[in-house]
Ligand binder design. Structure first.
Ligand code: ADP
Length: 642
């Protein structure tokens, strides 16, 4: 068999991550073992999942376990699994390269935090450093792995110093063996070849791993009576004990989701979370549920405290794990959780599940739908019970995802609406609920007003809000792009319609009188003719009080912000012309009218039209097509007036 060998540089990001781990997580060294065991356990999960449809893949090796071999004399520690292993290409992709897009940005952000001394182990752990954490304790790591689809094995080796080698080799058994050449330890440091140190670490961090974590231990055992050599008085000669090596299981494998709540400590809940999520942070909150009824099932769900990095990266894999009578069925069972709660991690154990169905069919399985419905309800309940401070943390992390539910889950729209929080023109930077908004509405106020855009301050001071503010109405300020979808789906809340402050006319008694509008008809017609390409209408404004001009849309038109979002995402958006509103109570507008009435062909009208339009664009934080021309016009005006 021809075997190849290559030497590679670590990708820059990997080396950066390695340096970070080594320099920032050193106080937490023992955690490397949890990471390696979690990877081993995941690898067995993956193999079992495939074996459901291809049982022959298991061969004679169906006794799943994770084996730890510690050798004090050679200073090595091995973690061995008989899981799915990796092919040569998978080793290339997974180890030494970080395929996750966004790693560069993450590292940059982290570097900045580091300069401010804010980079915590938690933050780094959020990224899931996994395998690399073993370099905290190792001078060299060798990984040998074989995938069941391949008859060759792969050997990967590195000292964590910038390069690694990868070569083809042979290996009898399927799965992965990782050999750590441990760093020399100081007197007061843990010796990771010590049986009792390993027992403690595994008990603390990996007790609930569902496969046995085994280690050969040597014990003095009494020699059986009939094997003893005795003197003539019947007294044993020599030692009565002998050294015996036995394989011991170090974890209890207790499925904590099956237990009663009272039997599980907070520390156990947290460790279990870290095991299934690969997140190093404590979870924000958890839900431990047992449903009894026509069907019985258990669920243990967690809300992470931070948006998992992998939510935005690569193919996410740690969502809800599905078990059936404590037997692992699949990871990331999407059918059990709607997309808008996809950051929730946990385990669902449903004994009555029909396991002969594929992932796709699972989606339509009545029982699965039923479980999902219950879980969703419980999550809403839990969120409703979080205290204000915790809830705001939750909201800051996850609201953008949750809001997407507004467009997909009609049934729970009201519940999602209850979760919404917005800052307003009156809330002084605090976020309020829609319920609170309604309680604070003025007696004569019919609508829930909102304005969308990306700059909070520009929105807060937008001329579009002048009349509403004069009436002492409160306006919700929405600065998350997803809010555009929220307001489209949520037409009303508790009987009150939502209304954009930039669309349509505002409440009717504010309409400019027909008579007054009539006086300006000709001027506005002329301005419209000059701005032909830019606006579809010029009209007397019902929303301006102090400002001269603003742009608005039809009741059903796309908002300016929505247009901006869609364009930014690279989508073709048909040019939707907007309405130029002018404040007929403003002296500037009446002066322009006077000039117009004196000479309808005055060339100034074109300039003024341009100016008015550009002012409206600037006031909503937009960009001018031709700023230098605008400056020129303003300069001329200043020149004549100064
Ligand atoms: P993470 O586990 O967070 O994805 P790691 O760096 O620990 O990050 O591992 C990278 C990838 O390498 C894993 O996603 C998995 O595909 C693969 N891998 C790691 N350890 C093993 C193992 N023992 N068996 C099979 N594949 C593994």
């Amino acid at each position: 068999m021809e075997l190849k060998k290559e030497t590679h540089q670590f990708k820059t990001e990997v080396q950066q991550i390695l340096n970070l781990i080594i320099n920032s997580l050193y106080s937490n060294k023992e955690i490397f073992l949890r990471e390696l065991i979690s990877n081993a356990s995941d690898a067995i999960d993956k193999l079992k999942f495939r074996a459901q449809t291809e049982p022959e893949i298991l061969g004679k090796d169906g006794d799943f376990k994770i084996k730890i071999i510690a050798n004090k004399a050679s200073g090595t520690l091995e973690v061995i699994d008989n899981g799915i292993g990796m092919t040569y290409n998978e080793v290339m992709e997974n180890i030494g390269t970080i395929a996750k897009s966004g790693t560069g940005e993450f590292l940059k952000a982290l570097e900045q935090l580091k300069q401010q001394e804010l980079a915590t182990p938690q933050l780094i752990g959020q990224f899931g450093v996994g395998f690399y954490s073993a370099f905290m304790v190792s001078d060299k790591i060798t990984l040998i792995t074989r995938h069941p689809d391949s008859d060759k094995a792969t050997l990967w080796e590195s000292k964590g110093d910038g390069t690694y080698t990868i070569e083809e080799t042979t290996k009898d058994s399927r799965g992965t063996k990782i050999i750590l050449y441990l760093k020399k330890t100081e007197k007061d440091e843990d010796d990771f070849t010590d049986e009792w140190v390993l027992r403690r670490i595994i008990k603390n961090h990996s007790d609930f791993v569902t496969y046995p974590i085994v280690m050969d231990v040597e014990r003095d055992e009494p020699i059986p009576e009939n094997e003893l050599i005795k003197d003539k008085d019947g007294k044993p000669i020599g030692s009565t004990t002998k050294k015996v090596v036995r394989e011991e299981t170090l974890n209890s494998m207790k499925a904590i989701w099956i237990k009663n709540k009272s039997e599980v400590s907070q520390a156990e809940y947290n460790e279990f979370y870290k095991h299934i999520s690969h997140d190093w942070n404590e979870p924000m909150s958890h839900l431990h549920l047992k449903f009894e009824g026509t069907t019985e099932y258990h669920a243990l769900l967690y809300i992470p405290s931070k948006m998992p990095m992998d939510m935005m990266l690569r193919d996410r894999k740690h969502g809800i794990q599905l078990y059936c009578k404590r037997v692992f069925i699949m990871e990331d069972c999407k059918a059990l959780m709607p997309e808008y709660f996809s950051f929730i991690k946990g385990v669902v154990d449903a004994p009555d599940l029909n396991l002969n169905v594929s992932r796709e069919i699972l989606q339509n399985d009545v029982l699965v739908r039923n479980i999902r419905k219950n879980l969703v309800k419980k999550i809403f309940d839990l969120l409703g019970e979080l205290d204000k401070e915790k809830y705001e943390k939750f909201y800051n992390e996850f609201s953008s995802i949750v809001k997407m539910g507004m467009t997909s889950d009609f049934e729970n729209r009201d519940k999602i609406a209850n979760l919404l929080r917005y800052k307003t023109t009156k809330s002084e930077g605090k976020m309020i609920t829609l319920k609170e908004y309604i309680e604070r509405m003025k007696l004569d106020q019919k609508f829930i007003y909102y304005l969308t855009g990306d700059s909070f301050n520009a929105l807060l001071n937008s001329p579009l809000l002048e009349k509403l503010k004069e009436k002492d109405y409160e306006i919700l300020i929405m600065t998350d792009p997803v809010d555009e979808w929220v307001v489209q789906s949520l037409n009303e809340y508790e009987g009150k319609q939502l209304k954009s402050a930039e669309k349509g006319d505002i409440e009717s008694e504010d309409k400019v009188s027909d008579e007054k509008a009539g006086e300006y008809k000709d001027l506005f017609g002329a301005i419209k003719a000059k701005l032909q390409d830019k606006v579809k209408e010029v009209k007397a404004s019902s929303r301006l009080k102090d400002s001269i001009t603003c742009l608005s849309g039809d009741t059903y038109a796309m908002s300016a912000y929505m247009e901006k979002i869609l364009r930014a995402s690279g989508r073709e958006v048909p040019e939707e012309k907007r309405i130029l509103e002018l404040n007929v109570n403003h002296p500037v507008v009446s002066k322009i009218k006077a000039i117009f009435e004196k000479d309808r062909n005055d060339s100034k009208i074109k300039d003024y039209s341009e100016l008015l339009f550009n002012m409206a664009v600037i006031s909503e934080g937009g960009r001018l097509e031709d700023p230098s021309n605008f400056i020129k016009m303003v300069s001329e005006l200043m020149n004549t007036s100064l």
